[in-house]
Design a protein around this ligand. Structure first.
Ligand code: ZN
Length: 355
């Protein structure tokens, strides 16, 4: 943690025109500066920098703020990272405040829960490959009819059996305390029988990673032929994971999104995987939510252009229009690809090349 005094010193030392000119070309016009806005596409400058107030405003897209907000947005940094970046520019030393016991405990717990997720992912992968489990064999036949063996391995797709507490039992044997297993949400305690049981049962399991590629959650798909209401069951959120801040596939896709200057937004987990298999690695999906502004802020440092690929049915169309509206608000550039009925996003690409 950075001491408040240091933060104040950074804020009072920085000059917005110095900081911004590291990123964009600004031109002096009397007491202000003008520039082409880095947050939307334009040919004539509508981005104004005010040295007097250390602020900026774009009259084209409405983006406004101070130097810290600009650097955060432009470099996709956290607040402390931004303070450190600007401090080093002005050679201001940054003493790190000792973390409180509470903060240390919280970080440790988050790490432990991620370790439980790693363990669970391996457990589910092993179950998918267990030839003694007839349901696992069916699940494997189904998933490999849609995805290659390589993709199933790369994306760590697994299987949760119908047994009530097989992961709970396995994790307890590995020495994980019950309290942490329950906090991970993968394990629950039954009020009726007072025994532990697994959240996912008889489902194909998709691990979900954060932008750094670490597993932060799971989704479970029903087996084909099962007549359950919820096709995809998402692990409930915990203190360390918020699904509105996650995009499925982002850790694999981010470099390609940046180099292509475009991201394909699809609806489902398997759509993402199939797009990646077809070579369109710049593809992600909102996992288990409508597209959120938090998810948008994960993409906006990488590209301003988002191409929505919806399923060719009404639900897909509606979801796409809703996302398009949200994306258009902060002046990103949404493009929609409307697919014919009963066509999946990947069908559109099986015979075409990416521009
Ligand atoms: Zn602008």
């Amino acid at each position: 943690m950075i001491p408040k005094d240091t933060i104040d010193q950074v804020i009072h030392t920085l000059q917005i025109e110095d900081v911004l000119s590291d990123f964009i070309k600004i031109t002096r016009k009397g007491s202000i500066y003008s520039a082409l806005c880095p947050f939307h596409n334009e040919k004539t400058p509508s981005f104004v920098v005010y040295p007097a107030t250390n602020t900026y405003k774009c009259f084209g897209c409405g983006q406004a703020g101070d130097a810290i907000q600009f650097v955060r947005k432009h470099k996709d940094l956290s607040f402390p990272e931004t303070i450190k970046y600007i401090a080093s520019k002005y050679q201001i030393p940054v003493p790190e405040r000792q973390r409180t016991d509470e903060e240390i405990e919280r970080d440790q717990k988050a790490e432990q829960i991620k370790a439980i997720y790693e363990l669970a992912a391996d457990f589910y992968v092993e179950q998918l490959n267990d030839t003694n489990l007839p349901a696992a064999v069916d699940a494997r036949i189904y998933i490999t009819s849609r995805l290659s063996d390589e993709a199933v391995t790369n994306w760590k797709i697994g299987f949760a059996s119908a047994e009530w507490g097989s992961f709970a039992k396995f994790a307890l044997q590995k020495g994980w305390p019950e309290s942490l297993l329950i906090e991970s949400k993968l394990v629950k305690r039954s009020d009726k029988t007072n025994s532990l049981f697994d959240f996912f049962r008889e489902r194909i399991i998709f691990p979900i990673t954060d932008k750094a590629g670490r597993i932060t959650s799971f989704a479970g798909r029903v087996l084909p032929g099962e007549n359950q209401q919820v096709k995809y069951l998402n692990l409930p959120e915990n203190d360390h994971y918020h699904k509105k801040e996650i995009l499925y596939g982002l850790s694999k896709a981010s470099r390609e999104i940046k180099s292509h200057g475009n991201v394909f937004l699809v609806e489902g987990y398997t759509d993402v995987i199939r797009m990646h298999e077809l070579g369109f690695i710049n593809t992600v999906a909102a996992s288990g939510t409508a597209f959120t502004t938090e998810q948008l802020s994960l993409l906006s440092p990488l590209t301003k252009k988002i191409t929505l690929l919806g399923d060719g049915d009404n639900a897909g169309l509606n979801a796409m229009l809703k996302s398009g509206k949200r994306i258009a608000e902060p002046r990103m550039h949404p493009y929609g690809v409307f697919l014919p009925k009963k066509k999946n996003p990947t069908d559109a690409f099986t015979a075409t090349e990416q521009a």
